[in-house]
Design a protein around this ligand. Structure first.
Ligand code: FAQ
Length: 311
């Protein structure tokens, strides 16, 4: 049974109004947003690690400058999203604590290793491609600060995706060894990219309520289908093969039929048992601990300024 307040809130959502930080909202709405925006922010920050791995080994100065800029953009997206989460009454320190304790998630995709330079292409093309597919509709999400964050972030993500595709194009049109690396990167990233959209609709616990609240605008399977439909012709253009024997154009539905990812693998990865989970979380915890002296220094300086101005 909805209370009168909850009913009025739902009516605002249904009319397409944006909800702003100081306004009344159901606790469940607040909690769901903190979970989703917080996990999204963590994904941007943890997502710097697989690409950061290749900055020192970029093959040319130009490629290095591009990769550096992209990884810096991801830091910016993370900080922007933490700010959006903070407007819901959670502190950034608390979000960090929850990430480091393993009680808050980040996207499964970042628990896979980046083994060759072609992986920088595959990450930009497929991972940012999947990210945009999910984030473009979120520009219309009901929570004002999240929606505005998405507008800005999507602009940068589309540059990221293009640079990834450009890199794949270079590799795919390069020497046989380079083409082989590009195909190998596609083989390893295809199913993990499909998993980014979350479990199939029948197993998605949050979708129904999140869509009623317009925290999510589409189901996981809808976006996964759109991603496949967009990406398969791009792979063909590269002359690469999508690693799915079951892939077929389905005239009737106007989209591809494709094989589901291995959902056991997905649940293992989000439970902390993927190929790089320990390494990724370890790197974040170490960065946090190594930065303690700097945060302490900033705080001591700020306290001193306050004492001085009080004298
Ligand atoms: N990984 O009931 P649902 C980027 C969890 S883009 C890990 O369907 P929901 C840019 C889910 O949290 C990536 N966990 O959940 C970039 C829930 O567990 P919980 C970030 C996942 O929330 C590119 C449980 O499974 N983008 O970083 C995943 O309704 C390149 C049940 O699932 C966003 O976060 C997964 N893939 O739908 C950066 C977008 N999927 O929390 C660097 C915003 C599901 O109850 C380099 N988020 N789970 O313990 C969303 O749209 C949604 O949260 C979904 C999941 C669609 C991800």
């Amino acid at each position: 049974e909805m209370s009168a307040e909850e009913r009025a809130f739902q009516e605002r959502i249904d009319r397409g109004e944006k909800i702003e930080p100081k306004e009344w909202m159901p606790e469940g709405y607040r909690k769901t947003l903190i979970r989703q925006i917080g996990q999204h922010a963590h994904s941007e920050i943890v997502g710097q690690l697989p690409e950061g791995n290749w900055i020192t080994r970029a093959p040319t100065l130009e490629r290095k400058a591009i990769l550096l800029a992209k990884v810096q953009d991801e830091a910016g997206h993370g900080l922007y999203l933490y700010c959006a989460a903070e407007t819901l009454g959670v502190s950034r320190d608390e979000l960090m604590e929850r990430l480091h304790a393993g009680t808050m998630k980040y996207s499964s995709i970042f628990n896979y290793p980046t083994l060759t330079w072609a992986d920088m292409g595959a990450v930009g093309w497929l991972v940012d491609g999947a990210a945009i597919m999910n984030q473009v509709p979120l520009q219309r999400t009901s929570y004002g600060p999240y929606s505005r964050a998405m507008i800005r972030i999507c602009k940068e993500e589309s540059f990221h995706q293009r640079q990834g595709y450009d890199l794949m194009m270079r590799m795919a049109r390069g020497t046989p060894a380079q083409k082989h690396m590009a195909q190998d990167a596609l083989n390893r990233f295809w199913y993990p990219a499909l998993m980014m959209f979350g479990p199939s609709d029948k197993d998605s616990v949050h979708s129904a309520q999140s869509m009623a609240w317009k925290i999510k605008m589409n189901t996981n399977d809808e976006l996964r289908q759109k991603f496949v439909d967009q990406t398969v012709p791009q792979a063909e253009h590269l002359g690469l093969t999508v690693p799915d024997e079951g892939l077929r154009w389905n005239e009737e539905k106007g989209g591809y039929d494709f094989s589901e990812p291995d959902w056991n693998e997905f649940y293992e990865v989000i439970a902390g048992n993927g190929p790089c989970n320990r390494e990724r979380l370890g790197a974040r915890v170490k960065a946090w601990e190594d930065g303690a002296w700097f945060r302490d220094g900033l705080k001591a300086h700020a306290d001193k300024q306050v004492r001085r101005s009080a004298m």
